[in-house]
Design a protein around this ligand. Structure first.
Ligand code: PLP
Length: 382
């Protein structure tokens, strides 16, 4: 794409700067793995699981190959499958609904609350049928879903809760951490996530020792002992080399999360006089700003304009899940997911990463402000 500026690029996510900071430590850890030839489920995996369980304030963490398999294995461990329904949000990455489909269950989509872009808890009960087995809230963009309300609904209807916390590392409600609210929490360590590997990675968290044991079997061909297969398991173990990367990054996760929150504060200050909808955070939440998502009806034009200035945005996500091929006949509450549908055309993720400086934020905010001002003068709004 041709740009109209000689200023350096501000990407949506900057993985290179962060990777440089931990490279030596990662290489040393990987060197140990190579020397010890402990490539599958090496001690680094167990050490990472211990640290990540403690980070999420839960008793158990089981490393998985990726976030999608974490969700899939969570459904398997809870014996949810054909004939069952799982309620989830209409705005998420496709993997949330795909995992439900992989299990054989049917995804039922509930609209989102425009305040926080998460599942609208007040609509969930309409979607419950005798076949409903679980609710799968997504802590989208790094803000926890309304878990107290969701837990109360699950309790009343005897439903399981599987958290899709792929974007929620370190998020909290009143000090309770994402991954500790439900029966099982599911995390992705895809490179761009708040805690990201140098490839694919994922994990599940739980306080239930029996579920932890089942998840350990499920991820490793159903084996407790080598070649003794107790159950129809899968091959979806967290890779030892990725565990090395995650261990190196665990030392910085809190610092990086606070940096993200600082970047969000800077955006709010710099954009306070600009006529654009900023993301809102619940007072009882620690929002970890995996993404900083603003809203404007001129979203596509704004993204194109910012790209000319070497500033790169994203859209998470441009199509509600009920419009994806495998889910076009899925039940939706209310019919057609009107909020998801409208917001899908307006949401724009501005650059967000822990290494962003105030100068970066000022440059993005000025570009957004100039775009909005041009639109207003073109349409006669002063
Ligand atoms: C909300 C959500 N759920 C699930 C996933 C799937 O995770 P992964 O890509 O690690 O399979 C992702 C990320 O990609 C995600 O953002």
């Amino acid at each position: 794409m041709s740009t109209e500026t000689s200023l350096p690029a501000i990407p949506l996510v900057d993985l290179q700067t962060q990777s440089r900071a931990i490279k030596e430590d990662v290489l040393a850890r990987i060197g140990d793995v190579i020397d010890g030839a402990r490539y599958i489920l090496g001690s680094e995996v167990a050490e990472f699981e211990k640290q990540f369980a403690s980070y999420c304030n839960v008793d158990h963490c089981v490393g998985m190959a990726n976030g999608t398999e974490a969700l899939h294995m969570a459904l398997k461990a809870l014996e949810i499958g054909a004939g069952d329904e799982v309620i989830t949000a209409g705005n998420s990455f496709a993997a949330t609904a795909f995992a439900i489909a992989y299990s054989g269950a049917e995804a039922v989509f509930v609209d989102i609350d425009p305040f926080d872009f998460n599942i609208d808890a007040s609509l969930i009960e309409q979607a419950i049928t005798p076949r409903t087995k679980a609710i799968m809230p997504v802590h989208l963009y790094g803000q926890p879903a309304r878990m107290n309300e969701i837990r109360e609904i699950a309790r009343r209807h005897n439903l399981r809760i599987i958290e899709d916390s792929a974007q929620g590392h370190g998020g909290e409600i009143n000090g309770e951490r994402c991954g500790s609210f439900g029966d099982i929490g599911c995390f992705s360590f895809y490179p761009g996530k708040n805690l990201g590997a140098f490839g694919d990675g994922g994990a599940v968290t739980t306080n239930d020792p029996e579920l932890a044991e089942k998840l350990n079997l499920l991820r490793n061909y159903g084996q407790k002992q080598k070649n003794k297969h107790d159950t129809l398991g899968f091959n979806c173990r967290l890779d030892t080399v990725q565990a090395c990367v995650l261990l190196s990054k665990m030392r910085f996760i809190e610092e990086w999360t606070e940096n993200r929150r600082q970047v969000a504060d800077w955006y709010r200050e710099e954009l306070k006089d600009v006529n654009i909808a900023l993301p809102q955070a619940h007072e009882d939440c620690r929002h970890v700003y995996h993404l900083f998502v603003v809203r404007t009806p001129q979203r596509d034009a704004m993204i194109a304009e910012l790209a000319k200035q070497n500033i790169f945005c994203g859209v998470h996500y441009p199509h509600p899940l009920n419009t994806a091929g495998p889910f076009v006949t899925a039940p939706t509450f209310p019919q057609g997911l009107p909020v998801c549908t409208q917001l899908a055309g307006e949401i724009c993720s501005l650059p967000m990463y822990p290494e962003m400086t105030r100068e970066h934020v000022v440059r993005v905010a000025e570009a957004v402000g100039n775009f909005v001002a041009q639109q207003e003068s073109a349409s006669g709004v002063v």
